[in-house]
Design a protein around this ligand. Structure first.
Ligand SMILES: Cc1cc2nc3c(=O)[nH]c(=O)nc-3n(C[C@H](O)[C@H](O)[C@H](O)COP(=O)(O)OP(=O)(O)OC[C@H]3O[C@@H](n4cnc5c(N)ncnc54)[C@H](O)[C@@H]3O)c2cc1C
Length: 806
């Protein structure tokens, strides 16, 4: 007999049980968790159990902070012990760059309500008496760090779910998955068939296996990770307080007290991906043999740093699988292209993240979206290019760098170049330095690295900074050319196309031959996507969005398609490339290679025209992201080399210069143009993002309208504004820096940078509405230093927008 349930969760590790617990809390108690073995038999049972809040990502820090709050109350709530010790932790620093990272993380933590502290060496030693100080210049204190018993935590979450009516079924393996025409999921197990509305893949390092039941791949690989547990150390006997956790990221290990001894776990350079040809069926509650040779130098360094460690023997070694995504972050949220199927897997720090991840997953399932923006963990951030070899290469590189500082401008080399424009070799020969977005290589800046350039840094680096300034100046003074491969691009056509889009976005649709920005919201009125929408004809549109948004936006657009077939949606991302020609002399350059009339009368700002450049027919949009006269040229990729050669030749007389994304960032900040997933994320409505002119409140029905009308009636509680810092300093405001006024925290920075145009350090920040007034004096904390700033009038440059219309 077939069993029917509302939701099936596959996997009874800490994450699956947290999903079940949070689904039940949100009222989805008709929920069934299937575990092929005992609970915790995957990675969970042997985890070291560290529960940090530290992260250099806003989303993951919030997730982990929530976990600590949940774990603090869980044992009492469900009446089950979880062995949770909040000990605090010290993260050691050996370098100035490391201290900068801590200053940045401290700002983010404080904005999250977590009281991180920077410790000088003397204070470090007071909090961690056994530490040797040589070579150290300080440490970071996380007061909420601690450790937990992973198995007990899992059981407690399972109990909490069961107490609310959810069911946990052990020794039941999912062997098949199929979606019926009506949308319900047919879940086959070795014990029988189940039908469910929703499936959650929480299968840990077997999440890829589960996807293969559906004929799909998931970019995930298991890495071998080891820690060793020591005999009791006499120095720890009789101490009243447990030692704080200690991490030495510059060497790359963690060390914590475990009963009367220590646990020591390095992230070693010799990263070891496992099971490249499949996971043995019978691997459950198992470990691999230890391989201490890989860890020797780390063990030596830790013993020198904390001498009591060097005086005890090793009791046992744990070597087990940790699943890794290419960027080391988990997959939480909807699976691309599948209705009612969600991921919550591939956790490298699943004990610390399970609480927050379960909450977010349950919100996705029950409410359609999580409370916080979790794009950094969205399964759709990787698309088809993330093959097995890509995943192994990136995950290996990530594991090697697990504790490396998260430098803002670092572009790591593994598995690159991958997706390239036909101009890639040409731009490389001209000194292009590239970064990847959505797997695409995009130019960041051009030039030769400065011979005295410092290593990677949180401060402005001379190697890219000076060339970036030259490029930005050239765009404002003459003209620049930028190759931007990888935009996500769709053609949307048919008799129902206009009505469909009109409902999907809150903005007014452009007239035929015109271009406009359009914002898609969720039901709560929060921004989910941004499209540059071109109306090619009454019933035909061309929509462009961020390179990384390919699967995200495809899902959004597909889910809203009417069932009557009146709208055709085609993704054309790979077929078309984009060149940006921008600057006061852009018209002169373009006019030299086309017969099209480029005058303001014939081709005004925000117009779209098909033009010919040599033998190439292309779509020219009079729009750009840098606030200048200019065109985006969207052309079939096979024509790009010819078009670019013609533009360069014509541009020689006009000072044409290549520019890259670092210059774009400086120029767009001048204009207070927001970026997707920096300023525009689901934490904010378009009114909060100061996008009022893109919200057509008079439109009768669009997604999020009720929420927007309510937001407008109340008046948005915060607004996105530009800030101008008083002093140049040697660093710009990092994302998530707090903004203060009259001693109170009143906002948060989303982007900071150097305005080449204004010669000032500037930023974009969400400020409490009463502080978002031009001229208001505020203070920012930039890498630990309090800096004065003033709220500017947006945009800071060319306020009447005369230059794009020139
Ligand atoms: C040595 C080591 C130390 C670690 N230390 C820490 C730490 O200190 N802090 C931290 O945060 N993280 C740590 N981790 C990582 C942590 O263990 C994992 O991130 C976490 O356990 C993942 O939990 P999970 O529930 O996602 O996966 P798992 O625990 O692997 O659970 C997945 C479950 O799914 C079941 N399953 C799989 N396929 C099927 C199927 N087809 N049908 C039914 N059931 C299925 C499996 O049997 C398994 O029980 C460590 C990992 C290792 C290896």
């Amino acid at each position: 007999m077939t069993e029917h349930v509302r939701v099936v969760v596959i996997g009874g590790g800490v994450v699956g049980c947290s999903c079940l617990y949070h689904l039940a809390r949100l009222g989805w108690t008709d929920a069934l968790l299937l575990e092929q073995d005992e609970l915790t038999s995957g990675s969970t049972w042997h985890a070291a159990g560290n529960v940090p809040t530290f992260s250099t990502g806003w989303g993951t820090m919030r997730l982990q902070h929530y976990s600590t709050q949940l774990y603090a109350r869980l044992a009492e709530e469900v009446d089950y012990p979880i062995g949770y010790h909040v000990t605090g932790s010290v993260r050691l620093s050996h370098t100035e760059a490391r201290l900068d990272e801590y200053r940045w993380a401290l700002g983010m933590a404080r904005a999250n309500g977590i009281a991180y502290e920077l410790l000088d060496p003397a204070e470090l030693q007071r909090r961690y008496p056994f530490v040797e100080l040589d070579g150290l210049n300080g440490a970071l204190w996380d007061p909420l760090d601690g450790d937990i018993d992973p198995a007990q935590l899992t059981q407690a979450l399972a109990k909490g779910a069961r107490d609310r009516g959810a069911v946990v079924r052990r020794f039941t393996r999912v062997t098949g998955l199929r979606q019926a025409a009506g949308g319900e999921w047919q879940v086959s197990t070795d014990k029988g068939e189940i039908v469910a509305e929703v499936v959650v893949n929480a299968a840990g390092y077997r999440a890829g296996e589960v996807m293969r039941l559906l004929g799909q791949d998931l970019p995930t690989v298991a890495m071998s990770h080891q820690y060793l547990v020591t005999e009791d150390a006499p120095e720890l006997a009789g101490r009243e307080m447990r030692l704080p956790l200690l991490r030495d990221p510059d060497v790359s290990y963690y060390l914590r007290q475990e009963r009367g001894g220590f646990i020591l776990g390095p992230y070693e350079w010799q990263a070891t991906p496992m099971w490249l040809d499949g996971i043995p069926d019978d691997f459950a509650h198992k470990l691999w043999n230890d391989d201490l040779e890989r860890l020797e130098s780390y063990i030596e360094a830790a013993c020198a740093r904390v001498p009591p460690l060097g005086r005890v023997g090793v009791r046992r070694v744990v070597n087990g699988p940790i699943p890794y995504a290419p960027d080391g972050l988990p997959y939480i949220g909807p699976a691309h292209g599948l209705r009612g199927f969600f991921h919550c897997n591939t956790f490298s720090f699943g004990i610390a993240q399970a609480g927050g991840a379960g909450k977010a997953l349950a919100e996705y399932v029950v409410e359609g979206a999580p409370e916080w923006d979790l794009w950094s963990c969205d399964p759709r951030r990787y698309t088809g290019y993330a093959t097995k070899s890509f995943t192994v290469a990136k995950a290996t590189e990530l594991y090697q760098n697990e504790y490396a500082p998260a430098f803002p401008h670092e572009e790591r080399p593994a598995a690159r170049p991958l997706r390239t424009s036909p101009l890639y070799d040409r731009l490389t020969a001209r000194g292009g330095h590239f970064g990847t977005r959505g797997g695409w290589e995009r130019p960041l800046w051009f030039g030769t690295a400065h011979p005295d350039a410092p290593a990677l840094s949180f401060r402005r680096r001379r190697d890219w900074f000076e060339p970036m300034c030259e490029e930005a100046r050239a765009v404002r003074r003459d003209v620049g050319l930028l190759d931007l491969p990888g935009f996500t691009k769709f053609e949307i056509a048919g008799p129902g196309a206009a009505a469909y889009l009109d409902r999907l976005v809150c903005s007014r649709l452009p007239r035929p031959g015109r271009v406009g920005l359009a914002y898609a919201l969720d039901a709560r009125g929060r921004v989910v996507s941004e499209f540059t929408l071109t109306r090619l004809a009454e019933d035909r549109f061309y929509a462009c969005s961020a390179a990384a948004a390919e699967w995200h936006d495809a899902d959004l657009l597909r889910a809203a398609l009417p069932a009557d077939g009146s709208v055709r949606l085609e993704e054309v991302s790979a077929r078309l490339g984009t060149l940006v020609l921008a600057g006061p002399r852009a018209r002169d350059v373009l006019a030299a290679v086309t017969e099209a009339d480029l005058s303001n009368a014939a081709f005004p700002w925000l117009a779209a025209r098909e033009i010919a450049v040599g033998a190439a027919r292309l779509l020219a949009l009079r729009i750009n992201y840098v606030g200048e006269l200019g065109w985006e040229l969207h052309a079939p990729v096979e024509y790009l080399p010819a078009i670019e050669a013609m533009l360069r030749e014509a541009g020689a007389a006009h000072g044409l210069r290549d520019f890259g994304l670092y210059a774009v960032d400086s120029l767009r900040l001048d204009k207070a143009y927001p970026g997707w997933k920096t300023e525009l994320e689901i934490g904010f409505t378009p009114l909060e993002a100061s996008l009022d002119r893109f919200v057509d409140r008079a439109k009768p029905g669009f997604v999020g309208r009720d929420a927007i009308l309510a937001d407008a009636a109340r008046g948005p509680s915060q607004r996105l504004v530009p800030l101008v810092l008083d002093e140049a300093g040697d660093a710009d405001a990092p994302a998530c820096a707090s903004v203060f006024a009259a001693g109170a925290r009143v906002g948060i920075v989303t982007s900071g940078g150097w305005s080449v145009t204004l010669g000032r350090s500037i930023a974009l920040a969400y400020l409490r509405a009463d502080c978002a007034r031009p001229g208001m004096a505020v203070q920012l904390v930039v890498l630990g230093e309090r800096r004065g700033a003033a709220v500017g009038q947006a945009p800071l440059f060319d306020p009447d927008n005369l230059r794009p219309r020139a």
